[in-house]
Design a protein around this ligand. Structure first.
Ligand code: SF4
Length: 243
């Protein structure tokens, strides 16, 4: 049972495939507001399903590294004996890629996992879908991730949404494999959840399988992640207001 929590109300990063990116960033959540999401989901999981909460991912609304202090404070509380006493190894913070803050995580010696929403290992393509890439390009991210790894010894997780006819070719897979050589890592290939604007589509399953096979042939650890919550427009990238 995994809790996916938000770090901001809205988001300032305007990733093109994400419904939250179409909202403005209204404000940062404070540490207690982030902690409460976890505490409430934990209780619901135990009360309704009799399953303990096993993992926490900072992958809801917002860019966690742009709300750095509150995110770290919330994790401190989640992991402390006075809080939920959970292991930091069960927590993953996901970033769209703020190089300077990734290095700061390394300097702060954090013990939780770090995921990078990569989605393209080619600057031209990444610029098109993630404007943050213009100031935090792949070279800057490569360097920051290496720094983080050297400081913490934690392997990086790469999140890669596979879009139909955009980043699903074997050439894209080869670029991804090359980027992944940087540090020990694992790769999650993610199903795309359409947000109703018709611009992006989920890749075909045979293309995703071929993509995965290519990466495995390069000795990389790869998982295909199926998404949940689409039935209520609450799956990855779909969090937004509904009227
Ligand atoms: S994918 Fe994440 S960083 Fe990008 S707009 Fe959506 S919430 Fe913000």
């Amino acid at each position: 049972m995994t809790a996916c929590v938000s770090s901001q109300v809205g988001c300032s990063l305007t990733c093109k495939f994400c419904a939250t990116g179409k909202l403005e960033r209204i404000r940062n959540l404070n540490a207690d507001e982030i902690y409460d999401q976890v505490a409430i989901i934990k209780k619901q999981s135990e009360d309704n399903y009799n399953i303990p909460l096993s993992n926490i991912v900072y992958m809801g609304m917002g860019e966690p590294l742009l709300n750095y202090t509150n995110v770290l404070k919330s994790i401190e509380k989640i992991t402390s004996p006075e809080g939920l006493n959970m292991s930091p190894q069960r927590i993953t913070v996901s970033t769209a890629g703020i190089a300077k803050m990734i290095k700061k995580l390394g300097d702060d010696g954090v013990k939780f996992n770090l995921a990078l929403s990569l989605h393209a290992a080619n600057d031209e393509k990444r610029d098109k879908i993630m404007p943050i890439n213009e100031h935090n390009n792949l070279e800057a991210l490569r360097e920051a991730l290496k720094y983080f790894y050297n400081k913490t010894g934690t392997r990086i997780t790469y999140e890669y949404i596979v879009f139909n006819n955009f980043n699903d070719s074997l050439k894209d897979a080869a670029e991804l494999a090359d980027f992944c050589k940087n540090t020990p890592c694992k790769i999650n290939l993610i199903e795309y959840n359409p947000i109703g604007d018709g611009i992006f589509e989920n890749a075909k399953i045979d293309r995703i399988e071929a993509f995965k096979k290519f990466l495995e042939g390069k000795n990389l650890v790869v998982n295909i992640r199926r998404s949940r919550g689409k039935d209520i427009d609450a799956a990855c990238g779909q969090l937004a207001n509904k009227h």
